[in-house]
Write a new protein. Structure first.
Length: 170
């Protein structure tokens, strides 16, 4: 169902995951569908990279990052946990522009955080139209295996929380 663009496997409409390589200059190539003006939300030149909660790198198109930044700004400054979480997230932010060949330069700090030292990286759609996660292949495989093993429990917990929230809103 996907198409191949150089060494990147891209699923239609940027769904699912695909593999990229990090070149010697610490750059990844963006998929053609993602940078196409015809892709909803795609075609932006500025991206924000930051540490994910898990050992991955989050990649936002700038327009999708701004609401997340606003949410971080609304954290309670009097709450130590919220201050520390906000500080940790904001300290890792890297703003990058894609080059003429649709590549992004990733800082060594972010590569180290995500334990990406080899060339093979899994990139997956995370949320929104232009939010992605970049994973070391082995860590991604382990994460997915762990999720598959507890998928039923996770979906039940989330459904229960939603039911409780819905009852509060009634």
């Amino acid at each position: 169902m996907g198409i191949f663009v150089s060494n990147i496997h891209v699923l239609a409409l940027f769904l699912g995951k695909y593999n990229v390589t990090v070149d010697d200059r610490k750059r990844i190539s963006l998929p053609a569908d993602f940078v196409s003006e015809s892709f909803p939300g795609g075609g932006g030149d500025t991206f924000v990279l930051l540490q994910g909660i898990e050992k991955c790198i989050l990649m936002y198109e700038l327009s999708d990052f701004l609401p997340y930044y606003d949410e971080l700004s609304n954290f309670n400054r009097l709450d130590e946990d919220e201050r520390r979480l906000r500080r940790g997230i904001l300290a890792s932010i890297q703003r990058v522009n894609k080059d003429s060949k649709n590549r992004l330069l990733i800082s060594q700090e972010l590569l180290d955080y995500a334990e990406i030292s080899e060339k093979d990286v899994v990139v997956m759609a995370a949320q929104g139209k232009t939010v992605m996660e970049l994973w070391k292949k082995e860590l991604y495989d382990s994460e997915v295996l762990g999720i598959k093993q507890v998928l039923s429990d996770l979906s039940n917990k989330i459904a229960k929380r939603k039911r409780i929230a819905d009852k509060r809103n009634d």
